[in-house]
Write a protein of this length. Sequence first.
Length: 161
Amino acid sequence: MPATRHVLDAPPWQGMESNLLTTSKLLRRAYDARLAALGLKFSEAVVLAYVHDRGSLTQTQLADRVGMGRAAAGVLIDTLQRRGLVERRPDPADRRVWLVATTDAAVGVVEQIGAVDAALRDDLRAGITMAERKQLTEILSRLQANLSSVLAGDNGSTRKE
């Protein structure tokens, strides 16, 4: 007879890891569904709002700061540029580089993105206390740090149970 496993020791497809992946997918789908009214996908909204909030950036800076590849960022920038929401401007400090900046047309769209985000966050957090959200944030931050170490090749175990 197989030993009974604790739920926290279940295989990844049955435990915490699966829940994290499913939650991430559902969150993205919820943002995509809510942002569809603006004609945007979540990734486009993130790029647009980030550039609007932070000011002009190179494509490489933008990709690094929002956690995506340069090619993927380029596709999103092209899409937003076709819609007249961002533009590429020459970098005065380096003629080989283009800066991505929002246009005047983006202002209202960014405000609408903020409203969609606020409403979805309210729905997402329903029934979850501030203390629980804080604890979850702390745990997720530790998981991210652990995964960053794994990806950096640091396979030394620092497990504390």
